[in-house]
Design a protein around this ligand. Sequence first.
Ligand code: PSU
Length: 303
Amino acid sequence: MTLPLVYSAEVSKAMAQGAPVVALESTIITHGMPYPANLETAQEVEQVVRDNGAVPATIAIIDHKIHIGLEADTLENLAQAKDVMKLSRADLAVAVANGRTGATTVAATMICAELAGIAVFATGGIGGVHKGAETSFDISADLTELSQTAVTVVCAGAKAILDLPKTLEVLETNGVPVIAYQSDDFPAFWSRVSGLAAPLRMNAPDAIAKAHKMRAALGLQGGQLVANPIPQDAEIDADYLNPIIAQAVAEAEAQNIGAKQVTPFLLGRIVELTEGKSLKSNIALVKNNAVLGAKIARALKDV
Ligand code: PSU
């Protein structure tokens, strides 16, 4: 069977020339932000990648194909589409085989990026261990994916809606290098610091690129997680945000929201409860990660 991959014109040209490419996910578009902010953000993030010398490849599943890079009209349609599946490792093949429209989470985007030969992927936050996981067992498949798929993922840490100490423990158990960028502290998405020491620190894109290559040379499976703190001016004060997160988590429990619905529900409620402040921050941190992703993708061509 040939791989069901289709490339946008821009990505196809970049791959042929050996130019740096940065993968971008689509769940953040379909399940992470409301329309039209989701579309504007996706377009702006793609432009940030271009402005920093790389080519963006937004990944989604449409009409039996894994799309590596979306044409402008396809991106516009996806941002407004209803009934889009939120795809992870478990359901990716079913969605492609059955012609469903699907958005890729961090886990599924990593799988598709690796299939396409793309080594770097920029996003907002990764999924992790949910609060109360000791009874719910809700642990994102993003964590196990990082242990088996050789893609360097740039994020702003894990969201404070998660249990961050447990998230770091699971990453450590799975042998995932967690690299804070120019920081000693593991960033917490809307805040630059979580109060938890970062397992590793790196200060330059080329050092991260070298470590990516070394993992492969040593035969170590899996990727790297780069945690890039949100820009200072976009940070949200934890004292203001923590009670809002607690309220959103309590509402999710009271309404029996489970499995794949938890993260979109919490993100949506936090946008409402912060009157849009969390959305503004989310957009700023994704762009910041796109800049670093492009720099790492460029550095990978030189090391
Ligand atoms: N980062 C964001 N917004 C998002 C996500 C990440 O800024 O919506 C998505 C990613 O696709 C991530 C997913 O993989 O949330 C995690 O979902 P879950 O907790 O159900 O694994």
